[in-house]
Each structure stands twice: as C-alpha cells, then as structure tokens.
Design a protein. Sequence first.
Length: 281
Amino acid sequence: EKMNSAMNEEPDALSVVNQLRDLAADPLNRRAIVQDQGCLPGLILFLDHPNPPVVHSALLALRYLAECRVNREKMKSELGMMLSLQNVIQKTTTPGETKLLASEVYDILQSSNMSDTDNVNEMNYRRRKAQFFLGSTNKRAKTVVLHIDGLDDSSRRNLCEEALLKIKGVISFTFQMAVQRCVVRIRSDLKAEALATAIASTKVMKAQQVVKSESGEEMLVPFQDTPVEVEQNTDLPEYLPEDESPTKEQDKAVSRVGSHPEGAASWLSTAANFLSRSFYW
C-alpha cells in the first residue's frame, strides 16, 4: 500500500518520457543522458509500453540521443535496445509513423561500427524489412528542412513541436536552434506545405523551405500563403497547459542551445529516480 501511494504521487510515464525527450532535444544534454545509469534502460522499457504516445515519445528521445556519434556504441550494446526496436517495428499494432521512426533509430545504431559498404547494405535491408512489416500502404518517408522565422527560444520551440506533433504523417523532427531550423521526417504522401500551415498557426512563427540548388548552394523558398487542410493525430494525449506543467521552469533552463548543464543534471536525476522506482523495485 505504501508503495502504491508513493507511486501515485509520481508523474505518469508519458510526462516522464516527454521530459526525457525534451532534454534529449538539446545537443548539450545527450551524452549525460546516455551515461546516466537509469535513463537509457528506462527508455528501452518505455518501448514496450501499452500507450502508443509513450512509445513514440521514447523513440523521439532515442533518435535525438543517436545523433551524438559517441553515444551510438553504448546505445547499441545496451541490454534489450536492438531487440526492443525490432519488436516495435514488427508488432502489427504499431502505427506506421512509429514503425518508420523505430526503423530509423535501428538503422543508425546498427550501422554505428560498420564500414561504409556494410553500412549501406544493412540500412537498405532494414528499410525493406520495415516496409514489409508496414504493408502495402507504406510510402517512403522524406526529409524536409525548414527555416523558421521566430524560432529563437525554448517556448517557441515548444509551440512549434506541439504544432508538428498534431500533423498525421510527421515521423520525427530535430531542431537546430542556433540557425532557426527544423529538420522534419514525414511520410512522402504528406505535402511540405502542411508543415508551413501548422507553424503559421502558432501566429508567432513562419516557415520557409531550405532547398539546394544545382550548384549545391542552399536557398530559402517561401511557401504559398494558402493554408493546407491537414489530417490531425487524434490519438495523441492533450499536453499539460503551461500553468499546470511541472517542467515549465526546468525546460527553460535546459532546452536552449548553450544552456547550462547543471539544470539538466538535476532534471535527469529526477527522471532517473522515477524510472528506477517504477521499473526496478
């Protein structure tokens, strides 16, 4: 009974995994998260969670962590990591976007210590396998790079993130705050204009697409001002309103590029404590 009442006072799995995802979004925190004793095993256990948004959020966190090259070997060798990713890809009940994201994380980790040739072969094999499990409705994902005017602090990033998460067909995204960019992976049947519409809906930001010319130079291409009708994700949970969010202040402290690592460390220990109490008693 005592344990149950203590657990009831803890935040739920979704709020903890969302905290970890937000922490992992900041490049300065990625090594610390992977080196922490509890966070990586916790994220792996979240991959088997019955609530689909928890699984997707855990995968986004792992995708961020895998961007840091020095993390990849440790992530790959962590007990249960590769097996859990395979399970997500192969499970028939996993949503298509989540399968693609799991496959992407698997590819990055699997190829971390291979030669370039093996690398390409393995990634092609994984993609074919992922497409097989996704079935005939799967279309390949594509990457869109956005330059976002107004993306200049963590609260704006949160607004942007919430807008993108609502779009059905968005698989993953990575923010490059220093250059006001967002790299978005989407299903190929989703129009890039839909992303611009979502970002414009924040009223404080506007997106342009970054494309390369034939000579390899990057150019900014504005989207048309006509809004695009977008199918929204209906199974995502409501986010906590700002005034109720327990992580509001810490988020400001850790998610800005160039943030001070001490705030992140205290938040990490809170998350790790929750994970160890939840999974290891």
